[in-house]
Design a protein around this ligand. Structure first.
Ligand code: AMP
Length: 143
C-alpha cells in the first residue's frame, strides 16, 4: 500500500518553523535536537533533520550522514550529562512500527543498569524538568 504524503503541518515541522516551542539542545544547518515532551527516561532527546520526510523510508539518503553525526554527538552528551551507563537509539517508520509523528526523527535515551524504559508516548513531563534537562545536555555539548 502506498504511504501517505509528507504533511507540512506535522508537529515537528511546526517546531522547525518556530511556530510551537521546544526545549532545544542543538541546531546546525541540517539538524535540530530537542527534548521529548513525553520522555521514556530523563534526558530523552529527539534528533530531527530539517529536510522534510515522513520517516527513514522516504528520506533522501543524503539526510542520514548529518543526522547520525548529530545522533552520536547527542548520545555522547546525554551519557555524560546524566551519568548514564548506556544509550538507546530508536527510530520508527509508519504506524505499525509505533511512529506517531510523521517527520523523520531519532530517539536518543540515556539508560541506567536495571532501569526499564517508561512507555512510549506515556505521560507529559513538567516544562521546568525538561528545561533543566535541556540545560544539562547543552552544557555537555559545550553550547
Ligand atoms: P514516534 O512514535 O517515534 O513518532 O515518536 C514521536 C515522539 O514525539 C514521542 O516520543 C512523543 O512523546 C514526542 N512528541 C510529541 N509531540 C512533541 C512535542 N510537541 N515536542 C517534543 N516531543 C513531542
Amino acid at each position: 500500500m502506498a504511504e501517505a504524503a509528507y504533511d507540512t503541518d506535522n508537529i515537528f515541522a511546526k517546531i522547525l518553523r518556530g511556530e510551537i516551542p521546544s526545549h532545544r539542545v542543538y541546531e546546525d544547518e541540517a539538524v535540530i535536537a530537542f527534548m521529548d515532551v513525553m520522555p521514556q527516561g530523563p534526558g530523552h532527546t529527539l534528533v530531527v533533520p530539517k529536510a522534510p520526510s515522513r520517516n527513514l523510508l522516504d528520506a533522501d539518503p543524503s539526510t542520514f550522514g548529518p543526522l547520525f553525526t548529530v545522533v552520536q554527538k547527542v548520545a555522547l552528551a546525554v551519557k555524560e550529562a546524566f551519568g548514564a551507563d548506556g544509550v538507546t537509539v530508536m527510530q520508527f517508520n509508519e504506524p505499525a512500527s509505533g511512529q506517531t509523528v510523521y517527520h523523520l526523527h531519532v530517539h536518543v535515551i540515556p539508560r541506567f543498569d536495571d532501569i526499564p524504559l517508561k512507555p512510549h508516548t506515556g505521560g507529559m513531563e513538567k516544562p521546568e524538568i525538561l528545561a533543566g534537562n535541556a540545560e544539562k545536555i547543552r552544557t555537555a555539548l559545550g553550547n
